[in-house]
Design a protein around this ligand. Structure first.
Ligand SMILES: [Zn+2]
Length: 507
């Protein structure tokens, strides 16, 4: 495991462990855990309140190159100033499969922390609050939010106005356009993909569509090149792209990955498209799904059937190696994900939403380091008191020269007050306070979201699911909410839904 160390020392906190001390403890921890340290990022703050952390930002930037798998810190408060920031940055690192390790604390042992982090991470993702805004400064703001950036709108989509509240002082800038599915046309796209996947010849597809007097997005009859453009357009699987930046789930999808993949293979086979690397199937339960029998992780695996259809499963890692060690079978990816997502969503009752929102705000509030803020507030009160006393002294003063010196003192105090107020504003901006109503809003979106929509599936799982244990007869789900646990008989689910577990694989 390759890790980098991040250390930070701010001079205004005297009780802090020195950089050297932090590094020493991190190195010892790395040795114990067989971590290979490949770099160190160190920020030595010179002033009390500015917190630019250039090395931290460099570390975040470098993380995208995926040269390391972990960031090791002496303590979590070195990593981020508050838990909100921590969640946002962790989510960012997670995208590059990088984990944060603390040499002093065991992060996973704190259920309250897990709840808050998962909710904040989900929110950060939902509101696109990712640091992207600061880190990838050059990235176009529209592209960041997957807004329409000009050009032709593909068949099956239309544009809808949305309000971007970051521009709430400028209505013209605040109104953006985003892609939504045009249900009246989307079925044509689906039909084209399905026909092509089922070996229908290109010319027959064209004749079929034109025979029905259907037209392209530009109201022209279909031809080979317009069909070709449709069949290879990644927007249909939800990928938004602009200036070489691709965002998964950036727009609503019309075509499922399996179908899209199949069509791409057909196109290659028919010499109509260049071969390209296999698209990744997202296994949303990776890292959360465990084999109930041997407690090993269940990981994604796939196979292509004779008809060319891609089948995706989760399988116990131990069972994969040896049927003697564990005889747990495969489970269909979609089936287990469907169950988990559905149960997670049903957990989001109004009562639970209120409870979670209050809890998260409470934890976030308690974990803020507000010593600096309190110190400044106290100095401000002190100076104001001093000013009041000095003013009183002026009114009873009868000596001109004393009076003059008192006035000088007052103007000094005013100067001090101005400075403290400036520092206070800076410090307050470091304390992002999150409100219960914001959290409730986010969780309500998850409650209402369409669980067939990849974005919601992913967010529901990431936010609410801690672990899932799959047994042959039951599923045990551990939620992030208050470490709640739920047990479901597989036979029971079977009655509600289609088959849950590939029964041939599960004797
Ligand atoms: Zn197993």
């Amino acid at each position: 495991m390759k890790v980098v160390i991040y250390a930070r020392y701010s001079s205004h906190n005297q009780s802090e462990c020195s950089i050297e001390g932090q590094l020493e403890i991190c190195r010892a921890y790395a040795q114990q855990n067989n971590f290979d340290i490949i770099g160190e990022y160190i920020d030595r703050a010179t002033t009390g309140t500015t917190d630019n952390r250039p090395q931290f930002r460099k570390m975040i930037e470098d993380s995208e190159k995926q040269l390391f798998n972990g960031v090791l810190v002496y303590a979590l408060d070195r990593f981020a100033r508050n838990r909100y920031d921590s969640a946002v940055y962790k989510a960012k690192l997670k995208k590059s499969n990088i984990k944060v390790y603390s040499a002093r604390e065991n992060i996973s042992d704190d259920p309250a922390g897990v709840l808050m982090e998962s909710v904040l991470e989900g929110m950060a993702e939902y509101f696109s609050l990712e640091l992207g805004q600061k880190v990838k400064r050059g990235m176009n703001l529209n592209a960041e939010c997957c807004f329409y950036n000009g050009g032709s709108v593909p068949l099956g989509y239309k544009l809808e106005n949305v309000y971007d509240e970051r521009f709430n002082n400028n209505l013209k800038k605040a109104v953006k356009k985003q892609y939504v599915i045009d249900e009246e046309k989307a079925y044509i796209v689906k039909k084209i993909f399905e026909m092509y996947a089922n070996d229908t010849r290109m010319v027959d597809i064209i004749n079929y569509l034109n025979g029905l007097k259907l037209t392209t997005s530009k109201n022209n009859p279909f031809n080979k090149s317009s069909i070709g453009r449709i069949l290879t357009n990644k927007k249909y699987i939800g990928i938004y792209s602009y200036n070489g930046i691709e965002k998964e789930d950036g727009i609503p999808r019309i075509i499922e990955d399996d179908l899209f993949e199949k069509v791409q293979r057909e196109l290659v086979r028919n010499g109509l498209a260049p071969a390209r690397s296999k698209a990744k199937t997202a296994y949303l339960l990776t890292g959360k799904l465990y084999c109930g029998k041997c407690k090993d992780k269940m990981t994604g695996t796939s196979g292509t059937s004779k008809t060319g259809k891609l089948h995706t499963y989760y399988m116990c890692k131990t069972a994969k190696h040896s049927k003697d060690l564990c005889n747990m079978g495969k489970v269909k990816r979609k089936n287990i994900e469907d169950i988990v997502v559905e149960l997670a969503q049903s957990l989001l009752t109004s009562e639970n939403i209120n409870q979670v929102a209050n809890k998260v705000v409470e934890i976030a509030h308690n974990s803020q380091d507000d010593t600096q803020l309190k110190r400044l507030q106290k100095s401000l009160r002190d100076e104001e008191k001093r000013k009041e006393n000095t003013l009183k002294a002026v009114t009873v003063c009868e000596d001109d020269s004393t009076r003059k010196s008192l006035f000088d003192e007052i103007s000094n105090i005013n100067e001090n007050i101005k400075n403290i107020e400036k520092l206070l504003i800076q410090e307050e901006s470091n304390h992002i306070l999150i409100s219960t109503s914001e959290i409730k809003f986010f969780l309500k979106q998850l409650m209402k979201g369409n669980i067939q929509d990849f974005k919601y599936r992913k967010m529901l799982i990431n936010t609410l699911i801690n672990r899932v244990y799959l047994y042959k007869s039951k599923i045990v789900i551990v939620y992030n909410i208050n470490n709640r646990e739920q047990e479901i008989e597989i036979s029971l689910i079977k009655n509600i839904e289609c088959s849950t577990v590939d029964s041939t694989a599960l004797p």
